[in-house]
Design a protein around this ligand. Structure first.
Ligand code: HEM
Length: 426
């Protein structure tokens, strides 16, 4: 199966691509907007028009493969997952069946705009001790990492409270982060075979922990678990335990990882521009508008998948039934057909919110308002408290951690401006 475009090969996992994917995005859009990648077997769809079209037609372009492993897993890894009862039945993002609408209603109800607005004081409250810790580490050691101190666990804590799960979850955040990272690498990375079994063990532990949590899923409360327990599918039956686990598994990944990565990338870029950084805390409307531009230009979720239900034609290319598509969300946010001078971050640009970084249509991200609120609140609060914060090593290139769908800096080391200008070590 080949596409008839003269498009050069793309290595989706190459460090150069992770560091600067924009030239590749441009080449794809111009020479092969629907391009077959032999490395992954995926059809890369890169223009805003084509991706929008796919997202708006979930009957033809189904979401069934959204959570599939990108590379075939080894037999020991599969055995380990099977022994732990690990399955991800269709629930939310990977659900093209008639059970999707009801499950989605539960989640959208809990993430409504009014609930998100009501959660702003909560984010401030959760940030206060973290900002104290950042300031203390900066004073004691001269530097600190904003991923460890802030972005890795703040979205998780916020999500637990917004979804009414805080009383049910008692897990060490470091362990949860390890489980999360292992799941992402196993399903969205290209781990060599010898690495798959250890990753599968961690993903299986994560799944088993969630399975234990579902013991608490009894009807009667207002939290997510109670709502899932009370839910009835269109055929009148309750959700199975595995379906409840699958919802929780996806919610943790969707709610924590994406938002944490978004915050890390935004802080890295904002701190790279000393002229911008102090203004984010001073000018009330700037943080939200600038964050929106970052979501367009450099989203944390760079791609998402779909599969064709029947043969079709997209972007001038014939696709067979079962063609696995990789929607290049990050490429669409820099499509000059929609965004003039896309490389420039221009807060409040025309059509600025027409990016596809939260998807579109039936599966559009129900967490978008929460993610936007967290971005604005965090940028404003950190900048207001620490206007003299700077990247610890402004001249160096921060490597991006990259998987098929996720891209963000693994660390954002910072210092105060005076420490940088002195040039001394802590
Ligand atoms: C910057 C942060 C985030 C980004 C970039 C993001 C992006 C996305 C994308 C691209 C999709 C797939 C949309 C589609 O298939 O059309 C999605 C789905 C989803 N997201 Fe998010 N997301 C973020 C944060 C969140 C948060 C904070 C939550 C919940 C607390 C969340 C919950 C979900 C759920 C439940 C779905 C599946 C919806 C469905 O299939 O009906 N996301 N997200």
């Amino acid at each position: 199966m080949t596409s008839d475009h003269p498009c050069p090969a793309v290595d989706l996992f190459a460090p150069e691509f992770l560091h600067d994917p924009y030239p590749v995005y441009a080449t794809l859009r111009e020479t092969g907007p629907v391009h077959h990648d032999p490395g992954t077997g995926l059809w890369l769809v890169s223009t805003h028009r084509d991706v929008r079209r796919v997202l708006l037609d979930p009957e033809l372009y189904r979401p069934d493969n959204a959570l599939d492993a990108v590379v075939p897993l080894s037999v020991p890894a599969l055995r380990c997952l099977a022994a732990a009862g690990f399955t991800l039945p269709p629930t939310l993002a990977n659900n093209g069946t008639d059970t999707h609408a009801g499950l989605r209603r539960i989640v959208t109800g809990m993430l409504r705009r009014d609930r998100v607005t009501a959660a702003v004081p909560l984010v401030h409250e959760l940030m206060a001790p973290r900002l104290d810790r950042i300031e203390k580490e900066l004073a004691d050691r001269g530097s600190c990492d904003l991923v460890v101190t802030l972005t890795r666990d703040l979205p998780f804590e916020v999500m637990l409270r917004v979804l009414g799960l805080a009383g049910d979850v008692d897990v060490d955040i470091d362990l949860l982060a390890r489980w999360n990272d292992a799941s992402l690498e196993l399903f969205w990375g290209a781990p060599p075979r010898e690495r798959q079994l250890p990753l599968a063990r961690l993903a299986a532990e994560f799944h088993q922990w969630l399975d234990g949590l579902t013991e608490r899923a009894v009807p009667g409360g207002t939290g997510l678990l109670a709502r899932l327990a009370a839910h009835r599918k269109p055929d009148g039956t309750p959700l199975s335990r595995r379906e409840i686990v699958a919802v929780c598994y996806f919610m943790v990944i969707a709610g924590q990882t994406t938002t944490g990565q978004m915050l890390a990338t935004m802080l890295l870029r904002a701190l790279s521009d000393p002229g911008l950084w102090p203004r984010l805390g001073r000018e009330p409307a700037l943080a939200a508008a600038w964050a929106e531009e970052m979501l367009r230009r450099e989203p944390p979720l760079t791609t998402w998948r779909r599969v064709t239900a029947r043969p079709t034609r997209l972007g001038g290319v014939e696709l067979p039934q079962g063609a696995k598509l990789l929607l290049m969300l990050a490429a669409t946010g820099s499509d000059p057909a929609v965004f003039e001078a896309p490389e420039l971050l221009r807060p409040n640009r025309p059509h600025g919110r027409e990016h596809l970084s939260f998807g579109l249509g039936r599966h559009r991200c129900p967490g978008a308002a929460l993610a936007r609120m967290e971005a604005e609140t965090v940028l404003r609060a950190v900048s207001a408290r620490l206007p003299d914060l700077r990247l610890a090593d402004p001249g160096s290139t921060v490597p991006m951690r990259g998987l098929l769908s996720f891209r963000a800096p693994p660390a954002v080391p910072v210092r105060r401006a005076a420490t940088v200008s002195r040039g001394g070590s802590p």
